[in-house]
Design a binder for this molecule. Sequence first.
Ligand SMILES: *Cc1c(COP(=O)(O)O)cnc(C)c1O
Length: 424
Amino acid sequence: MKLYNIKDHSEQVSFAQAVKQGLGRGQGLFFPEQIAPLADVDALLDKPLVARSVAILKHLIGDELSQEQLQQMVGTAFSFPAPLAKVADNCYALELFHGPTLAFKDFGGRFMAQCLTAFSTGEKITILTATSGDTGAAVAHAFYGLPNIEVVILYPEGKISPLQEKLFCTLGGNIRTIAIKGTFDDCQAMVKNAFDDEELKKAIGLNSANSINISRLVAQVCYYFEAIAQLPKAQREQAVIAVPSGNFGNLTAGLIAKALGLPVKRFIVATNANDTVPRYLAEGTWDPKETVPTLSNAMDVSRPNNWPRVEELFKVKGWDLKELGYAARTDEETRASLKKLNAEGYLCEPHGVIAWDVLQSQLAADETGIFLCTAHPAKFKESVEDILQIELPLPKALADRADLPLLSTFMPADFAKLREYLMA
Ligand SMILES: *Cc1c(COP(=O)(O)O)cnc(C)c1O
């Protein structure tokens, strides 16, 4: 697989390089040189998840990974299902939260861990990442116990939910977690400082695991095929997919799936009050506002990292951005739709339900809608219980860790301290 830097087409890299490097020069994103359609999509759709995903990834990645390697990597990474739940005759929920950390980020995080292992030449790698909750858990569990990889995760002390903290700060081993006295922005700034520090970077083999990594995106392409594969054949050509979006990695993966030949009639972007993209699609001006906290906090992003990839894809495919549906929802609307969907018999959470609500308002009579459920309702236990006035049992993944002791180190928001810690 050849990729180029969107900001500087003269920078061309292999898949392995793109995975190891993350970002190109000038913070430019890597984009596939070619996305050739798959030969026989119908036959692929008849295969089971792992076999089909191996075929898709082999087609995308090419010779850099052998069939056998991919088989082993995908089998390990995609060890849980992505069921399509019927919500109404013309509406389905794609449940992406059956992995070890109960969010869709398990697909990308686990495949990225496999890729870094496969491309490792034996040198030590340190993955340093900042999290406001979901990414930290997915990365920690994905990299736990892998040889030659140290993981250091920074999070704002007291600003993530107690259950989120238990999920990734109780592992130990090669996973170190640091509670920073500050905000998520402070954590992110410390990570950036570390990446600007050439001496440190070299000494500890610094790498990042954030959502701009191409290995996470190609993994996510696979569950769009899994969604359509589970749809009754008569409904396949009329499928419309609504994606609850923050950094727009998920949407990018869906669009790559369509470029590969997956029958998806159109996509709909659903955001919360952080609505830079819906306003851009409506008015044509890119005007990010200050990020506001919402019930769907994993989508509290006003400068989405992956948007340049979406635009690039529309450009190279000759698609029209006008084909992309869009809408934003307030917290008040999110509460109302969570109740409404629950009354219709489906328990959701504040991210997925925004996609459901937007889908309801934009689906034509002859279309079939699919909305992506990006996290397990129990991950947002406090707000879901409060809005629906119910009690949610803890899923095993959370219950198993709820009573374990926290292993985090505490640190002020001071890069010098972090540097000292990493060099020790
Ligand atoms: C990360 C996340 C999102 C946003 O996905 P993007 O790929 O960043 O658009 C939505 N919902 C949940 C639960 C998430 O964790």
